[in-house]
Design a protein around this ligand. Structure first.
Ligand code: FE2
Ligand code: FE2
Length: 190
């Protein structure tokens, strides 16, 4: 039996999972992002559990798949199109944040390149009700490890600095943009 964390989607522990496109962004968008990071850690744990198990868990695989295909791309766009540019604009040279943000953009690109392999492995597990092959398990574990390292930097450096540097108006516009993205009102989501 695979031990795994239950991924609850954007509804979190407080309630039923909201359907994609039906999610409310919290009043504090930085808190919303932090909560999504918590759920990303849960998904990493679920991926590791799947990679280490000799039996398939298609429910867990479906939840991971939904995360990787719906929620993670949206989260990445929140950061790349809104949070990171705001932080660049508001930070001071002493903050020395630009190199860190460059590194995080690079992480996103690596993640984007690695994720199709993980998605394919999850889809095969679901379709064939079979555990990962050794190669699939290695790719999935490496992806989870990469994502965890990324989260540590965002939680330890980016979010605390954003909390200090972003203005009330910045937070309002960040929240609005995130909500529009979740309402599928942005052009790219149509
Ligand atoms: Fe993030
Ligand atoms: Fe990120």
């Amino acid at each position: 039996m695979v031990k795994r964390a239950k991924y609850r989607g954007p509804g979190g522990a407080r309630g039923a999972r909201a359907a994609p496109g039906d999610e409310r962004v919290q009043r504090d968008p930085l808190h919303h992002i932090a909560e999504e990071h918590l759920r990303q850690r849960e998904v990493c744990a679920a991926l590791d559990a799947l990679a280490g198990a000799d039996r398939p868990d298609t429910d867990a695989a479906r939840e991971c798949l939904e995360h990787l295909t719906v929620f993670l791309p949206r989260h990445t766009r929140d950061e790349e199109e809104d949070l990171f540019p705001l932080l660049r604009r508001r930070s001071t040279p002493e903050d020395e944040i630009n190199e860190t943000l460059d590194r995080l953009y690079h992480d996103h690109a690596e993640s984007h390149d690695a994720v199709p392999r993980v998605i394919a492995a999850l889809q095969r597990m679901i379709a064939e009700n079979a555990p990962f092959t050794e190669d699939e398990a290695a790719a999935v574990s490496a992806f989870a490890q990469h994502e965890r390292r990324h989260l540590i930097v965002e939680n330890a450096i980016v979010l605390p600095l954003a909390r200090v540097r972003l203005t009330k108006d910045d937070l309002r516009s960040l929240g609005l943009r995130m909500q529009q993205r979740r309402n599928r009102l942005t052009k790219e989501d149509r």
